[in-house]
Structures are given as C-alpha cells and as structure tokens.
Write a protein that binds this ligand. Structure first.
Ligand SMILES: [Zn+2]
Length: 379
C-alpha cells in the first residue's frame, strides 16, 4: 500500500470516526480543508476504494441534493497476527476492524518464525484470501520492536539474538507493520475500544508499559521506551535480572514475594506456579487477611503507586490504563493503588484510572487495529 497523503489521512480519519457517514460539508467542518481539496481527496479515496458515496439524496428544503460519504468496508482487506507464548492468532478483517476470518495456530518457542513463513498458505487455504491483496498486515509481538529496522529483541523466541521481520512484507507483497504487544493493545483500545484519551500510560500484566503522547505511541529512538518494570524504586532494594537493584519487577518477582511472604501464607502456596501465587496473594489481601499480611502487602503497593505517580507527574498524564490480568490491578489491591496514586499525584483532579478487561475478542481485533492505525497515520 502506498501511504495515504496527509490530506487523504485527514479526510479518511473523520469518516472512519463517524461511522454513519458524513456530507462533504461536514467533512469540511471537521478537517478545515478547502472545498476544492476535499473534492479532490474524496475522488482519490473513492478510486483507491477506501471510501464510498451514496446516491444524491433530495433535501426537504430548497437546498441542493447531497450525498453521504462512508468508509468502504466491502472492498479492502486488512490483517495481522498476534504472537502469544504458545499460540498465534491470524486474523483478516475490514477497514472498520471487523473480524472476517480468524484462526489460531499452535507453536513452540523454536518454530515461531517457521509458522510466520507459512501465513500466506494459511490465508490462502483456510480463508481463501490472497496475502498480496491484504492492504496492511500487522505482526503483534512481545519484545522490543525497532520500528526503523523492523527487528525484534528480548522476546521469548529471540533468545540472545535479534530477529528481523521486515523482509516478510516484501515476500508477502503487502505493507507490513510490526508492533510490540503492549503498544498494540493500547492503540487498539484507543481506536476500537473505550479509551478516549490522547495521552495515556498503559501497564500490562508483566509491568511492561506503553505510552501514548499527543495521540501517538512514544517509543524512544530504538523502541526501548516503556520499561516501567525497571523503574528503580529503591537503590538498595532486591536484585533485578536487569542488573539494577530495587526495580518494580524485582519487588514483584514471584520468587522474592514467595520468600518475603513465607511466614504469612500457607506452606502449600509455595508450590504454586508464579501466576497462581500472585493471584493468591491478591485474593488474600481482598479477603482481609492478617494485619501483618495487610501491612506487608500495602508496603508493596505503596512502591508501585510511587512508580506510577512518578511517571504521571513527569509527563503530566491524565489517563492510566491497567491490565486487569495483572493480579495487582484487580480486587481490593487496585482500589488501594488508585487511592494512593490519587493521593500522591500532583494533578489528581484530572486523573483517571481505567481497568482494562482484556478479553479474547479484544486480543483478536488488536492486529487489525494496528493495521488501521498505520492507514490513519497514528502509529
Ligand atoms: Zn530491573
């Protein structure tokens, strides 16, 4: 796909956000473009099959007949794949983000790339759609994505090395967009969900974070922004795997927590897997366990609140989005966290904390949202 021009993006964006369609006059009001520019751009968007126009409708008063312009959902196809730790979900859909075809593929840590190479076969055989007809195809992946080079590092399938995915776009003859999973989910919720803000921080279940500033993902020069988990809360705190001491991730490391809470939790809980143990701690707090347990748990939440507040105050953010699959972002734990962050932050009157309920359906449409964001020019 040849990227849309700035004016085309502007017109397409207002039509995309106004699903019922708009007249030329309303488009002019929203975009502040001249009448002549709007006519030219609409003609271009119609030729590219992004936009369709209704037959002229007669007006009830003496005005000229007018037509309604809408996003053309019948002609163009977008798609993507979301790489999870054991499966990847391939999806194709329309320009509005509606899923048309979806399929889940199992993979192991070692064959993620092989499975990616097979995707055109999947879209051809299972969906009867040609990959080269897909306008934009997005790869949503854990790890750090360098936008410029198209390489992924620090993901479960890229041990100690960098994996470059950019060439897949040429092979598949489609426009490829590669996006980190936390960034992608935030973009998806802003475009297709109910997060209205143009500036927000999103924290996921492993304390990775994404930032949207001025309506755009903030990545840093090489995609490394958003390492919320490695904010140092106490330089003499527990050792973190990153080399520093006292990072958020170190305080919330299940191994450290098992040790710190060992006198306060039943012995059997020590055998739980990491996720179950964290869920268990959060549930114990919600059930008002012993005073000593509550004190220790709230000390932990105080550290998390301090880290969140530091970022909020530094950037002047007004929206915090928390993934509800993180055990510390649910139940009574998140109530306490909210109270603390509001107490500590300097602009608390404007602050909003949204708990994002991550569902299968939301994850499925996420790659489509990334493809739409590419077309709209917002990532
Ligand atoms: Zn660290």
């Amino acid at each position: 796909m040849q990227d849309l021009s700035r004016a085309e993006q502007q017109v397409f964006s207002v039509l995309w956000r106004n699903k019922k369609g708009l007249t030329r006059k309303s488009i002019a009001k929203f975009t502040e473009l001249s009448k002549a520019t709007i006519s030219r751009v609409i003609q271009q968007l119609k030729e590219k099959k992004f936009v369709k126009e209704s037959d002229p409708l007669p007006t009830t008063d003496k005005g000229r007949p007018y037509s309604i312009l809408k996003v053309n959902n019948e002609k163009l196809l977008i798609g993507g794949v979301y790489i999870h730790s054991k499966t990847m979900n391939v999806v194709l859909g329309d320009l509005s983000g509606r899923v048309k075809h979806a399929r889940s593929l199992d993979h192991s840590r070692n064959d993620v790339l092989e499975k990616l190479y097979e995707l055109p076969k999947i879209t051809g055989n299972s969906f009867e759609e040609d990959m080269s007809k897909v306008l934009v195809f997005s790869i949503v992946t854990p790890g750090i994505v360098d936008e410029v080079t198209g390489s992924v590092i620090k993901s479960f399938y890229t041990p100690k090395k960098m994996v470059n995915l950019k060439h897949l776009g040429c092979e598949w003859k489609t426009t490829l967009e590669i996006e980190n999973d936390a960034n992608a989910l935030l973009v998806s919720e802003m475009l297709l969900g109910s997060i209205p803000s143009k500036d927000a921080m999103y924290i996921d279940r492993e304390f990775g974070a994404s930032l949207v500033l001025n309506g755009k993902i903030f990545r840093g020069p090489h995609g490394g922004a958003g390492e919320f988990g490695h904010l140092q809360i106490d330089p003499s705190g527990p050792q973190c795997w990153c080399g520093k001491k006292g990072c958020v991730s170190a305080y919330f490391d299940p191994k450290n927590l098992k040790q710190n809470f060992s006198d306060l939790v039943p012995n059997s809980s020590q055998k739980m897997n990491d996720h179950s143990f964290l869920d268990f701690l959060s549930e114990m707090y919600s059930e008002n366990h012993s005073k000593e347990f509550i004190r220790l748990f709230e000390q932990l939440l105080d550290k998390l609140a301090a880290a969140i507040t530091n970022v909020v105050d530094l950037l002047g953010l007004e929206t915090i989005v928390l993934n509800n699959l993180n055990p510390f972002f649910s139940g009574k734990a998140v109530d306490y966290l909210r109270k603390k962050v509001f107490e500590l932050s300097m602009r608390h009157a404007e602050l909003e904390m949204i708990i994002l309920k991550v569902t299968e359906q939301k994850l499925l449409r996420t790659p489509l949202a990334v493809s739409i964001a590419r077309i709209l020019g917002v990532i």
